[in-house]
Design a protein around this ligand. Structure first.
Ligand code: GLU
Length: 434
């Protein structure tokens, strides 16, 4: 795959992905959308509405760097669809953020919220920057200036950000504080994924990984494969990959390989996930971990295993390597890890794919719980959060599986069919305001 990383702080045309075919995430999303729309025989008017984001804001973010120089970053926030409720979706900080990526991710949030049937629309935000090369002070200034530049869309009833790639609880605390300072009082429901001490939900940090474990457990049960002893390969050892691996291990799975941006480690006897997490806590990355043999990220994806969990970034399974995937189940912890072209190859090979909009929906589901708790001012125990999450994930998996066998389509197409039918129903009921 081409290296799309840009030099730190460089400003490029934010629409550059339009020129890259297979790995253009918006086109990948649209290919799946079109297929589901056709199968649903979607009304032409609603089809046109759902192919377009409601609003995309592009802002310049001037920031005083530690060096004393002013740098200008580009920020984007896309509200794809708000027919079912406030726009919901994370903010990512990365050098290769682009308009098409943010639009695709915002559309995916729309379908994701609808597939698990929580009352939100979809949004996504991004800032083109390299947070790994920035100080804490610089990150805070970027976050606060970006927040104030998009403040007109934000609010508990209109647009509610959350963490995404390279953002975390601390960033959400800054967004919430900046918004609260603007409106003159504390509004904790304006973001989710906050620190628990300021209104975050218990279980939110683990929720995406927990959702991956739950949907994988459902998939293996459906396929008649035991969870105990199932071999698992995990690409990405951040919040999603590491927690999913830990929870799968607790269910009896054998984690045979893990990786992060520095590379991976394969150990057929099984990796102790807690030990690897402690290593990362101390050393920041898996570099030098030394358990088992080192393996490159590309080769790791092609290892023979029961479950492959791509939990890093988009476009890691493409037409170039899909034929070499030897997993029986792929659980998409990341957003958009598989290209549309690769879908067909995996289908042909009989790989059971739990699509991103279902597999990683646990995060936004507990974001919804956080928002409900903030608005009610009444907080739930971690057990209540986990039980309600399980109920939603297991139900959604069951509904998608049912549709997939009814229509003889794969789980991805069935997920899109379910979510698009839910969003289009609301459009039909609300009508077109003139
Ligand atoms: N960034 C996460 C996702 O892609 C969470 C979004 C949210 O909780 O709003 O699903």
């Amino acid at each position: 795959m081409a290296d799309l990383r840009l030099p730190t702080n460089s400003i490029v045309h934010p629409d550059k992905d339009r020129f890259l075919s297979e790995v253009n995430p918006f086109e990948a999303m649209m290919a799946r959308f079109d297929r589901a729309a056709e199968l649903l025989d979607l009304e032409p008017g609603i089809y046109k509405v759902l192919r377009n984001p409601e609003k995309t804001i592009i802002v310049s973010i001037p920031v005083m760097m530690d060096s004393g120089e002013v740098e200008v970053f580009t920020g984007i926030r896309c509200l794809y669809n708000t027919s079912r409720g406030p726009a919901k979706g994370g903010i990512r900080f990365a050098p290769n953020v682009s308009i098409d990526e943010v639009k695709a991710l915002a559309a995916w949030m729309t379908w994701k919220c609808a597939v698990v049937n929580i009352p939100f629309g979809g949004a996504k935000g991004g800032v083109i920057c390299d947070p790994l090369k920035m100080s804490m002070g610089e990150l805070e200034r970027v976050t606060r200036r970006y927040t104030s530049a998009i403040i007109s869309t934000l609010g508990p009833d209109s647009d509610v950000p959350a963490p995404d790639v390279n953002t975390n609880e601390r960033v959400m605390a800054w967004v919430m504080d900046t918004y609260s300072m603007h409106v003159g009082h504390t509004v904790n429901a304006v973001t989710t994924g906050k620190p628990v001490a300021m209104g975050g939900s218990l279980g939110r940090r683990e929720a995406t990984g927990r959702g991956c474990m739950l949907t994988t457990r459902e998939a293996l049960a459906h396929l008649g494969m035991p969870m105990k002893g199932a071999t698992v390969v995990v690409q990405g050892f951040g919040n999603v990959g590491s927690i999913a691996a830990e929870l799968m291990q607790a269910e009896g799975c054998k984690i045979i390989a893990i990786s992060d941006r520095t590379g991976g480690w394969v150990h057929r006897k099984g990796i102790d996930v807690k030990h690897a997490m402690a290593y990362v806590q101390e050393h920041t990355t898996l570099e030098g971990y030394g358990v088992g043999e080192p393996i490159a990220n590309e080769a790791l994806l092609e290892l023979e295993c029961d479950v492959l969990l791509p939990a890093a970034l988009e476009n890691v399974i493409t037409t170039k390597n899909a034929a070499n995937i030897r997993a029986k189940v792929v659980c998409e912890g990341a957003n958009g890890p598989t290209t549309a072209g690769a879908d067909a190859i995996l289908d042909e090979k009989g790989v059971f794919v739990i699509p991103d909009i279902l597999a990683n929906a646990g995060g936004v589901t507990v974001s919804y719980f956080e928002w409900v708790q903030n608005r009610g001012g009444y907080y739930w125990s971690e057990q209540v959060v986990n039980d309600r999450l399980k109920e939603i994930m297991v139900n959604a998996f069951g509904e998608v599986l049912k549709l997939s066998s009814q229509h003889k389509v794969n789980m991805r197409t069935a997920s899109y069919m379910l979510s698009i039918s839910r969003v289009s129903m609301v459009h039909k009921l609300r009508g077109i305001y003139a």
